[in-house]
Design a binder for this molecule. Structure first.
Ligand code: SF4
Ligand code: ZN
Ligand code: ZN
Length: 304
């Protein structure tokens, strides 16, 4: 097959658009989608973008593209933040990928070890919860903790935005899960930026790029990333939702895009305003009187 854009040999069939793309046109197409999300208000001078880099393919591709966009712009920069949760065997490998990647591309980076921030690692937390007979899903704690630390460091570094590597599949799954749960507040948080002086605005540059294309982009550009899964990741409700969406995408290409774009249209009409409170314990932004991390730390008998 020939590339629908330039006539060269195609390497990819984009079912949802009907296009066949050669390597160069495919790479351009992914970057065009990222440019569309950011727009001229973000890709401009005097911008500092904090980037959450985990070492997995999504955040590696995101960081690579952001670096490509921002490097030539005067007085603008990206800075990588890597949260090391302290997951034995897993995070050390990720850390190596992150350090080597940043050094190869000349990107400033900061490593944030959880143990230095709160005195214990995620492995310790899981162990303490078990000893206390508390049901703790490592991913739930890890998620809120990472969000808190990334916001904290991005704020300290004076970042205008914090970039997170969620792709189109992640977005479609999150939207569907929240619809099914009737979790309106979570939907609002997903779609609207909550204004607060202590919250750095989040951007999701890959939100219109399907996971399959993120993977292909990484392989075509020759990016190295961590492939093995985290030992705590388990077959979850999200995996079930993902299976259903993948089936629909297969028989009705474009389903994922319409889930996300439909949600974005809907969210504009939702009049709910999210209130941001200040955690009574740590003084950081929270949805309730005490933030989720402090609530957990209290239960575990630890200090945040
Ligand atoms: Fe954290 Fe869960 Fe991701 Fe592991 S799989 S890094 S525990 S969120
Ligand atoms: Zn082409
Ligand atoms: Zn708190």
């Amino acid at each position: 097959m020939k590339c629908s854009k330039c006539g060269k040999e195609a390497i990819y069939h984009q079912k949802y658009s009907g296009l066949y793309l050669c390597k160069e046109c495919f790479i351009k197409d992914v970057e065009r989608k990222v440019r569309k999300v950011l727009g001229r208000n973000i890709i401009r001078n005097n911008m500092k973008i904090g980037v959450g880099l985990s070492g997995g393919k999504d955040s590696v591709v995101m960081t690579y593209i952001l670096n490509k966009f921002f490097k030539p712009i005067p007085n603008s920069e990206i800075i990588v933040f890597f949260v090391d949760e302290g997951i034995k065997g897993f995070r050390k490998v990720a850390r190596k990928f992150v350090v080597e990647f940043c050094e190869e591309y000349g990107i400033k980076y900061k490593i944030i070890p959880l143990e230095e921030e709160i005195g214990v690692s995620l492995d310790d937390i899981v162990k303490i919860a078990r000893e206390k007979n508390l049901t703790l899903n490592p991913c739930s704690f890890c998620g809120v903790m990472r969000r808190k630390l990334l916001n904290r460091v991005a704020l300290k570094e004076g970042c205008n935005y914090l970039a997170i590597g969620h792709n189109l599949d992640d977005m479609a799954q999150a939207v569907m899960m929240n619809y099914i749960d009737g979790a309106i507040e979570k939907l609002v948080r997903l779609g609207k930026d909550v204004e607060h002086p202590l919250l750095v605005k989040r951007i999701r540059p890959l939100k219109y790029v399907p996971e399959e294309e993120v993977q292909l982009y990484a392989d075509l550009v020759g990016l190295k990333y961590q492939k093995e899964p985290c030992p705590y990741s388990s077959i979850s409700y999200r995996a079930e939702i993902s299976e259903i969406i993948d089936k629909l995408e297969d028989s009705h290409p474009g389903t994922m895009h319409s889930i996300v774009s439909g949600f974005e249209k809907l969210i504009k009409h939702l009049g709910i305003k999210m209130e941001v409170k200040t955690c009574k314990i740590c003084g950081e932004p929270a949805s309730g009187d005490i933030c989720k991390v402090c609530l957990w730390m209290e239960k575990l008998g630890l200090k945040a």
